[in-house]
Design a protein. Sequence first.
Length: 129
Amino acid sequence: MAEEVSSLIYAINERASSTSGEDIFKLTNKSARAIKKLASLCKRDTDFEEIVDSLYFIVYEGSGDCKRLPSPPPDFAMDVKFLRTHVRHDLDHGDERDAAKPTSRRVNAQKISWKASPSRMRPRGATHS
């Protein structure tokens, strides 16, 4: 995943800087560390959480909280944001309007192929033993 994300960021920034003179994703030392983390295996729940944090930092914060992305932001950017909300925040702490928004755990679980944590993952096609 690290190689793919790095290549995509490079391609997007090259295209954007050639037309507008500005990168979409601002890379910093923290970004470099986050990209490196994407190459890690998820052996524990905390590993998974760190990868989600890395994706969030690269995609959401790296794009200026999506301000340098098209409006409305692409689905992938919002998926990363909501995935991190799922991993790091209690989604039941908002008011009733927040709870009714379609950015719940159920919606995101349908859009991504991961389970809630690596301890509950198994390869696609695997059956219970």
